[in-house]
Structure formats: C-alpha cells, structure tokens
Design a protein. Structure first.
Length: 227
C-alpha cells in the first residue's frame, strides 16, 4: 500500500449529518466497477473509483497513478492512501469526474465551496466542477459574496475572491476585486493587506494585517502587485 504526501487541507463544513462521509466502512462507490480504492483523510474513508476517470480529469492523478511508483501495484486490491485530504471535498470532485451528476449539489455553503476549490486546485480538477460554478456562486448564497467589512479586506473576502478566480467566474471576480481594491489597506510598499485577526478590545493593529500574497490561490498579478 503506497502513500503520497499531499499538503494538509481544511476540514469541510458540510450541510447536514446525512451528507457526512462515513469512515472505516464499506467503500463509497463512486464507480461500483472501479479498479482503485482510495483511503482518504485521517479517519480512512474508502472510495471506490475508476482510475482512468481520475486520469482523464486530473494531470496530478495521472502522474500519481500511472507515472509514479504508486501505480506499480495495479492488482485486484489496488489501494492508495490520501491521509491528509478532506473526504467530503474529494467525494464531490470524484462524482464530478465520473459524471455522477445526480450527486452534485445545486447549493453550496461558503465553507464547502472554499474547501472544494482548494482541493480542486491541488489536484488540477477545477475544470471538473466549472459547469456548476455559476450556480454555486450566483445562487441563493449570492449575498455572502458581498464584502461586509467597510474597514478593510478580511480573510473571508480573499477566500471569496479566490473561489471566483479559481472557478473562472471572471465577471464576478472583476466586480468583487474592484470593491476590495477600493476598501483595502496597503503597507509602506503599497502591497494590499487583509485583516488576519482583531487586536485587544476588538480593534485592529498593524500586526493584525498581512499581505494578500499569503493566500496561495490568488495569482501574483492580483496579490503581489502594489496598488
């Protein structure tokens, strides 16, 4: 059994208990005829998938499963561990990659959407979920995509901006970026800042602000350029 070393991702905040991915049980059948079992997350959630479906939808999985030692053990019990990934985020991405459209939700919480976006970027799978991007970002959660803090750019603001950029919803991205540029603070080098936390008594101090470039999903042309 082989284990890659993916970077750690945040736990997904799911909609309801019925959506929670069961751990240490029979594999979730993303593809009931799948030839590969992935063991995901620290609790070891098993998912049965078609390795070729992942290969077609993700260059990362293509290299992992067919271009590295992880793919050398393609037997009837072919198993690969992804211990630091989020099971819920990967489950949705796998359903999209296998064209299981009935298993893709129409509505998405902000925390879910960010975790899915981060995981999709990691595995180069944003294309798999782009057909739902407009629905997720323009649906009933639209008010959540408006900046709520007039005193500066918040960490949540940049998470939202990252989602819009990664999912290629460029009109929304441009609109939201313009709002953030108008209200964001800058440092002595004119680099844009976001509010990382609150200081004593609920008031922000200079040490509570960090550069946008600390957000990995934003391109350098957005996060690294002086305003």
């Amino acid at each position: 059994m082989a284990t890659p070393s993916p970077s750690k991702k945040p736990k997904l905040d799911d909609e309801s208990d019925t959506d929670q991915t069961p751990a240490n049980s029979d594999p979730i059948q993303i593809d009931r005829n799948g030839d590969l079992t992935l063991i995901v997350g620290p609790s070891g959630v098993k998912m049965q998938v078609d390795a070729n479906a992942l290969r077609r939808s993700s260059k990362v999985f293509d290299r992992m499963l067919f271009g590295s030692p992880l793919g050398s053990d393609r037997t009837a019990d072919w198993t690969v561990e992804l211990p630091e990934d989020d099971p819920e985020a990967l489950r949705l991405l796998f359903h999209a990659a296998h064209a299981n459209f009935a298993d893709i939700p129409r509505n998405m919480k902000f925390s879910q959407l960010y975790d899915i976006t981060v995981t999709a970027e990691k595995y180069n799978m944003t294309g798999s979920v782009r057909p739902w991007a407009a629905t997720w970002t323009l649906g009933q959660d639209l008010p959540a995509f408006k900046p709520a803090d007039p005193d500066g750019t918040s960490y949540e603001d940049l998470q939202r901006l990252s989602i819009l950029y990664s999912l290629d919803t460029l009109e929304q991205f441009g609109y939201f970026l313009a709002i953030l540029v108008a209200k964001t603070k800058v440092n002595s080098n004119d680099k844009p800042l976001f509010k990382a936390d609150y200081g004593v008594g609920g008031e922000s101090t200079d040490s509570d602000f960090r550069e946008w470039s600390e957000l990995p999903l934003l391109p350098d042309s957005v996060s690294g350029e002086p305003f």
